[in-house]
Design a protein around this ligand. Structure first.
Ligand SMILES: Cc1cc2nc3c(=O)[nH]c(=O)nc-3n(C[C@H](O)[C@H](O)[C@H](O)COP(=O)(O)OP(=O)(O)OC[C@H]3O[C@@H](n4cnc5c(N)ncnc54)[C@H](O)[C@@H]3O)c2cc1C
Length: 406
């Protein structure tokens, strides 16, 4: 991997220039380089210095995901397994299965909760995420430390966890082995263009990196600043920044949590990481201050820990290790990503606003980006994520409005 150098480039343009060295940029660089494309990836900081880095593991789950994302997620989970098996050293992926546990909250009807479990499992299964319902007894036999008040769980055997930092670095390493140029310390400040196509990008150092065929912006929290001058007003979709809080506690009783676990009515995710300690997340987020710092609150911390203890009572014996909420992620209004091709520049593609759950699904999306770039045709599976969803009424509705008016 090379550091950036402050000069005007005379180097030959790579066919594809990628902005962003998170899991999206590195896995896309790997797939394109393996398909024989010349690729340059530009990362402002270090590889995995954004949302794709930091301690612990990410949930790699289809369970409970927005239904529009499930077909891409199914593809992604197969690719996680594939790269875990084929990369030297794997990608830090562990397919341990995921469960969402249900109880009957105060004032709710049990038949509604059971109905929801059944509807969810059936819909997920038909959209590519095999899901089964476990009874209370089955759930407690597989996760014996759970509080006994649960009524059961929805189990997704293909779900698991992944060491996001390791995976991102592995894809960067494999991309470089496949011939991609990976540049760190290379912050892009402007997209240069002529006659309706990106021709290069300008770095903070002043250097211009030429673009051969395609420019792909997968720079997460940095994406909109770069794209704003290019977007036409109707392409612009407001996003906001989210900084999820990850808590780490000890496991003095040496108990075991076997699955990636979430709760249907509590804001909670629990994972046991390979060193045996417990990672708690899914609760309230921290504030992202304008100067780039993060600021949490005691209430957000205690709420997440209390929810964890109500789900796994043994955690009450744990000691607090640390909180980490240093990573920024962009979120869209409907909490699914924004993926498209800019209208002004026909060779510029982008993807961001993964909305707090983009790691699991990343390999599916970058496979579809790869297909798009190699064939020149946008895969239909990407259509639900077009920003047009915020600006165009559904075609059928528009027709009926026109015919009513006529
Ligand atoms: C704390 C936390 C917990 C999460 N938990 C889960 C989970 O359990 N499951 C799950 O599926 N997802 C989870 N996510 C979401 C997931 O981690 C992200 O969706 C995913 O990592 C985004 O990858 P990315 O490559 O788009 O972004 P990033 O990893 O942020 O990469 C973007 C890169 O672009 C670089 N960059 C920005 N601007 C520029 C520029 N102008 N020039 C050059 N480079 C630039 C940045 O430095 C950064 O390295 C979580 C996110 C966070 C923050």
């Amino acid at each position: 991997m090379k550091g950036s150098h402050p000069m005007s480039s005379t180097t030959q343009a790579s066919e594809v220039v990628i902005v962003g060295g998170g899991i999206y940029g590195t896995s896309l660089a790997y797939q394109l380089a393996s398909a024989g494309r010349s690729v340059t990836l530009l990362e402002a900081g270090e590889i995995a210095s954004g949302a794709s880095g930091g301690p612990g593991e990410r949930g790699v789950r289809a369970n409970g995901r927005d239904f529009r994302e499930l077909p891409v997620c199914a593809l992604s989970l197969e690719l996680w397994k594939h790269y875990q098996e084929t990369f030297e050293g794997g990608v830090g992926y562990r397919r341990i299965g995921g469960i969402k546990v249900f109880d009957v909250p105060y004032g709710h009807r049990e038949h509604e909760v059971r109905g929801r479990m059944e509807a969810m499992a059936a819909a997920q299964s038909s959209l590519g995420a095999p899901s089964e319902i476990w009874s209370r007894e089955e759930t407690l036999s597989r996760e014996p430390e759970l509080a006994s008040g649960i009524i059961g769980a929805v189990h997704c055997p293909n779900d698991g966890v992944g060491d996001h930092t390791f995976a991102t670095r592995q894809f960067a390493r494999e991309a470089a082995k496949a011939g991609a140029t990976i540049r760190t310390g290379a912050k892009v400040v402007e997209i240069l263009h002529a006659r309706g196509a990106a021709t290069g990008v300008k770095l903070a150092s002043g250097e211009v990196v030429p673009v051969g065929d395609k420019l792909v912006v997968v720079a997460n929290a940095g994406a909109q600043d770069l794209l704003k001058p290019i977007f036409r007003p109707h392409e612009f979709s407001p996003v906001w920044n989210l900084m999820p809080q990850m808590l780490y506690v000890t496991n003095p009783l040496n108990k075991t949590v076997n699955h990636l676990l979430s709760h249907a009515h509590r804001r909670l995710a629990v994972k046991q990481i390979p060193d045996g300690t417990l990672m708690l997340s899914g609760g309230a987020h921290v504030a992202h201050t304008p100067d780039g710092l993060w600021k949490g609150s005691l209430s957000a911390l205690t709420q997440n820990i209390t929810d964890a203890i109500m789900t796994f009572p043994f955690i009450d014996s744990s000691s607090f290790l640390k909180a980490d909420a240093s990573r920024v992620e962009t979120v869209a209004a409907d909490v699914i990503p924004l993926i498209g091709q800019t209208e002004a520049l026909s060779n510029t593609l982008y993807g961001y606003a993964w909305s707090g759950h983009g790691f699991a699904i990343s390999l599916g999306f970058t496979k579809l980006f790869t297909d798009w770039i190699l064939t020149g045709t946008k895969p239909e599976a990407l259509e639900p994520f077009s920003p047009a969803r915020f600006h165009q009424p559904a075609a059928a509705l528009a027709t009926s409005v026109v015919s009513r008016a006529a």
